[in-house]
Design a protein around this ligand. Structure first.
Ligand code: AMP
Length: 302
């Protein structure tokens, strides 16, 4: 039950109608690992600068997240700042300072190379492929996240990487962009021909859908009265999804379906407070009880 994640560990500036911060620990791999570590042990690969100190390290240590793969480079950590609209539906990126992330070249510690579950967070697709090339044996499941930036700037490299993975996790707009098809079903069919055998399309407050060649599953977002900050929801979804699979040590259809519930649940907790705050205080018990509640909400017999 070994789960490896590669991705950004960052400082974020966040402006939302419910609160703001100039600088807080963030990054896709941070959200992912905080969510996944409630379900399975996580190994992290990333890079930070010399501004990453003991208090940041403690956030990971409390969840026993393995940081042997977190490289410490000279300079500043990746910094990203975003501002949300009053209804939280749109977000403007105010700043992206790559800093030490600009020359990131992921290196897997020897102890990570046998990981059975691998999540390739949203980074350069060539680097995602380099991570896979360092594995000693073929993982049980490799999942990948990407974004519009890589879809439009490095389509050939992304295509090569897509051929090597099992599951793709993207949002609906990115699925349409990647496939060049407006209809989601047609887009998904096109993406199947690029390699992935499972496609998870995240649709924010409208939930998420799992597509396999011969099956579709729709899972709603857990209904929340208070949504404070959508940052990291997708990464937390991925953490719940992969964390469940790593815990189950299975990748068949039924496990993928259950993993969708855990994805939706972890995504819902992530948005309840600013930044990583809610994920930090979250307990495994709360995850299980919300998962059961979500299943009850969707259990229909005809
Ligand atoms: P999401 O809300 O899922 O887009 O995730 C937001 C997180 O992704 C923030 O914590 C950022 O630090 C991080 N992030 C933003 N832009 C990038 C990027 N270009 N590459 C990697 N991570 C990013």
């Amino acid at each position: 039950m070994s789960l490896l994640v590669v991705g950004s560990v960052a400082f974020d500036g966040l402006q939302t109608p419910y609160g703001s911060t100039d600088r807080t620990l963030g990054g896709a791999a941070t959200y992912f690992s905080l969510a996944a570590s409630l379900l399975a042990p996580v190994r992290l690969v990333g890079v930070v600068g010399d501004d990453f100190g003991g208090s940041e390290e403690a956030v990971f240590a409390r969840r026993k997240i393995d940081l042997r793969g977190l490289e410490r480079a000279q300079g500043k950590s990746f910094f990203w700042a975003g501002k949300y609209s009053d209804d939280l539906r749109t977000r403007e990126t105010l700043r992206t300072d790559l800093n030490v992330f600009a020359t990131f070249d992921p290196k897997l510690p020897e102890a990570y190379r046998d990981s059975e579950f691998v999540f390739l967070g949203n980074i350069d697709p060539t680097l995602q492929r380099n991570v896979l090339n360092q594995m000693r044996r073929k993982p049980k499941l490799v999942a990948l996240d990407t974004m519009n930036y890589w879809i439009s700037r490095t389509p050939d490299e992304l295509a090569k990487t897509l051929r090597l993975i099992d599951a793709l996790l993207i949002n609906d707009e990115e699925a349409v962009q990647l496939a060049g098809e407006h209809n989601l079903l047609r887009a998904v069919r096109r993406i199947f021909s690029m390699g992935p055998k499972a496609i998870v399309v995240k649709r924010g407050e409208y939930g998420a859908m799992l597509f396999q060649r011969d099956a579709i599953l729709a899972v709603p977002a857990y209904p929340l009265e208070n949504v404070h900050d959508p940052t990291g929801a997708g990464d937390s979804f991925a953490g719940g999804f992969m964390g469940y699979l790593a815990r189950a040590k299975k990748t068949e259809h039924g496990s993928l379906r259950r993993a969708m519930v855990y994805g939706s649940v972890l995504g819902s907790f992530a948005v309840e407070k600013l930044g990583i705050e809610r994920l930090c205080s979250l307990k495994a018990k709360e995850v299980e009880s919300r998962a059961r509640e979500l299943v009850r909400m969707t259990n229909i017999r005809l």
